[in-house]
Design a protein around this ligand. Sequence first.
Ligand SMILES: *[C@@H]1O[C@H](CO)[C@@H](O)[C@H](O)[C@H]1NC(C)=O
Ligand SMILES: *[C@@H]1O[C@H](CO)[C@@H](O)[C@H](O)[C@H]1NC(C)=O
Ligand SMILES: [Cu+2]
Length: 363
Amino acid sequence: MSGGVPSVLLLVLILLVTNVVGSTLPTNTGPSLESQTSGDTCSHIQTRREWRTLSALQKLDFIRAVKCLQLRRPKHSSNSAVKNVWDELIETHIDEAHKAHTVGQFLPWHRNYLRIYENLLRESCLYFGPLPFWDQGIDADSLLPFLSSPIFHPILGFGGDGVPGTYALPIDPYATDPVRSSRLVRERYKGCVRTGPFASLTLHLGPGLLVTDHCLTRDVAELFRPQVTSEAWSNALAQPTFEKFRLKIDNFPIFPDVPSNFSELMPHETGHAIVGGDLTNFYTSPGDPLFYLHHANIDRVWWQWQQLDLARLTDISGPADVNNLNGPQVALNTVMSFGTIAPNVTVGEMMNTALEPLCYSYA
Ligand SMILES: *[C@@H]1O[C@H](CO)[C@@H](O)[C@H](O)[C@H]1NC(C)=O
Ligand SMILES: *[C@@H]1O[C@H](CO)[C@@H](O)[C@H](O)[C@H]1NC(C)=O
Ligand SMILES: [Cu+2]
């Protein structure tokens, strides 16, 4: 290893320099998100990988790029609280939250949200490695505590738990208002993350609909381990229809039915719940960089389920409107929106990852 150290240091230096130089450039310098026609064959397929299969250099380069996004100016947001493109991604998730959860377009919406994120990493921060996912089943199946997972590593991961006593959750003046509530699960904001690359991250939106400058918070919890074991994910994969599949992945409780007993939660919510803090918030969960690794895993399981029978590449269902769960169903031509950060797409464009505009698979 000793012979490799100087070149490792050199590469880290180059990465740091590109980061600093790059941060003075305008945000959108790369090719347009929409340069290809949906449904076209891909000229290149990117493979997404589990975090622990990345090399140390790939991990460091990914973390560099994530930190770079936290310095890039917003693309089009006119909200003065939005200081950078990281905040603008969060703003998009806040604004679209009611149209993207507990509904049939939950999986396709998040598939495009990940694509937007990946494109930003590539175009604005020159990250060309694999988009990583976090297979929580590996950690949940093991006998070790979650905090010993490589995902929480202080250098080659995303830092550790919240530190008690370092964060005071603000009061939500609308806590019981079904529309304006920030949906804060108060006992899950243990404290600020004080280790790792995001120890000094300042989030400018949230938690929830509150607008406060705050640290990244967590409260890593073992309690929900059984709901993210590989068995829990396999149970979803065994479902015969999209309708059954999506309900085995995500069955987000409708406000105000936030359960005190989380044992009924599905793997999607549980992935949020095991990390705690910002990641538990309905609106502002993308403040924690782990959001994207968790959602890439959800997307991977949908991809796996689709691979089992190619007829599933057009199987979509579920209510289109969270306020009318017995109303119209989502369809391939349902349009989904992404705030100021990217153009609309249809559900149909998000079905086959082997075609434009997606062009990826999972290892
Ligand atoms: C939560 O619910 C499950 C089953 O519904 C039950 O087995 C468990 O004891 C409950 N836990 C608590 C803390 O109430
Ligand atoms: C995007 O879709 C939304 C509906 O989800 C619609 O209100 C909006 O006008 C669309 N925007 C564009 C530019 O087509
Ligand atoms: Cu979401």
